[in-house]
Structure formats: C-alpha cells, structure tokens
Design a protein around this ligand. Structure first.
Ligand code: GDP
Length: 206
C-alpha cells in the first residue's frame, strides 16, 4: 500500500455549515509559511493541489479535498505572524474555532510547527487551546531537511519538550526531501479509515 494520498479539490467554505458531511476528516493547521502547502502537495504527490489553497481569496477559507478511498482533508487558513489565535481576525476566528470544535467527523487535527525554528508562541497557544477542549491532534514538525543532521537529535527533544510531548509523538517531515511522508500518509489512512481508533504516531521519529 502506498502511503501517499490521492486528493481531489472539492470546495472552499467560509462557514462550517457549507461543508458536506464526511465519514472522517483530517485537518491541517499551522501558521503562514510553516510549509503546509508544500506538505499537502508532497503528500498528495500533486503539484497543483495546495495551489488551490494559495489562490487569492481562498487563503482565508477552509479548503476541502476528497481522499481517494474515503474521507476528507481540510486545509485551514494559516494563522498570521502577529495575531494570536485568540485574536484571529473576527471574520474567520469564529469559523476556525467552530470548525475545530464542532465539525462532525473531524477525527484528527494536524498541527504543523516549523522544525527549523521550533514552535512559536502562536503554535503553543493553538496546542493549549486544542488540549483544553480535548480535541484529537498530532504535531507535525516540518522542514526536517533544514536541521543539520548533527543537530537533529537535540532538536527533536527541544521541539517535543516545548510542545509538552515525547519526541516519538512528533512526526518529522520534509516536503522537499520526502522525509516522513510515509509515516504521515499511514497516519492519515488510519484516521480516515477508522476514525474511532485513538491514533498515535506508532514509530519513533527520526
Ligand atoms: P505555507 O504558507 O504554510 O503553505 O508554506 P509553504 O508550503 O508555502 O512554504 C513556505 C516556505 O517554506 C516556502 O519557501 C517553501 O519552499 C519552504 N518549505 C516548505 N516545506 C519545506 C521543506 O520541507 N524543506 C525546505 N527546505 N523548505 C520548505
């Protein structure tokens, strides 16, 4: 089985009520520039895929993709550099919060943090917020290739500690080098095919 996902863009929505029902859904969240589009493209092995989410006018929308084999993926708007999740612009703060808390079928929220620079205050607020509501989430550390191999072990521990997790609970990926995509793809398949199973990363990261 290939762990890559075949994705097809379905729609953009600015309200939870516009989204079609789903059997199981996986959401991608993270601050702008964390590498979300690159990762979605790499995971879907389709260059044009996340361009959809970068199209002007769609960057503040929930972009929904169908996954071949069942389930959906939602690319959430990137949170900005300056504004905390608590201060997300009024127009989409409510949408994001409602989506993350109330979306029926939302089985896993992937919180992307930049592996090169580590989790920002905004990322940590997002994690704390999700934890306070008991929402299922997994931290994905991006840009693995940007961390020197000699520094990787230390960095894995630093990022995990800041996020309040064990190093093995964080999935490290590089969209550029293809690192971790199989592990992430497997996690996605598992969540989407059996959303009731509690899902934890099964193998230690690099
Ligand atoms: P988004 O705003 O979260 O969608 O971020 P993008 O996917 O547009 O990526 C932001 C920047 O980081 C771009 O310049 C990408 O080329 C770069 N980038 C993303 N993923 C990786 C990666 O795995 N490795 C490296 N070296 N650069 C990456």
């Amino acid at each position: 089985m290939t762990a890559r996902l075949k994705l097809r863009f379905v729609m953009s929505a600015d309200d939870l009520g516009q989204l079609p029902a789903t059997s199981a859904e996986l959401a991608f969240v993270g601050r702008s520039n964390v590498g979300k589009s690159s990762l979605l493209n790499a995971l879907g092995a389709q260059k044009t895929l996340a361009r959809v989410s970068k199209t002007p006018g769609r960057t503040r929308l929930l972009n929904l993709f169908d996954v071949d084999g069942g389930g959906t993926i939602v690319d959430c708007p990137g949170y900005g550099y300056a504004s905390a999740p608590a201060k997300m612009r009024a127009s989409w703060k409510t949408t994001m919060e409602r989506y993350l808390l109330e979306r029926e079928g939302l089985a896993m929220i992937l919180v992307l943090v930049d592996g090169e620079i580590g989790p920002t205050a905004l990322d940590l607020q997002m994690l704390e917020w999700l934890r306070s509501y008991g929402r299922p989430h997994t931290v994905i550390a991006t840009k693995h290739d940007k961390v020197k191999s000699s520094a990787r072990d230390k960095r894995r521990h630093e990022v995990a500690e800041k996020c309040g997790l064990a190093p093995s609970e964080i999935v490290w990926v590089s969209a550029t080098k293809g690192v971790g995509l199989d592990r992430l793809g497997e996690l996605a398949h598992r969540v989407l095919s059996d959303p009731d199973q509690p899902t934890r990363p099964s193998r230690p990261g690099r």
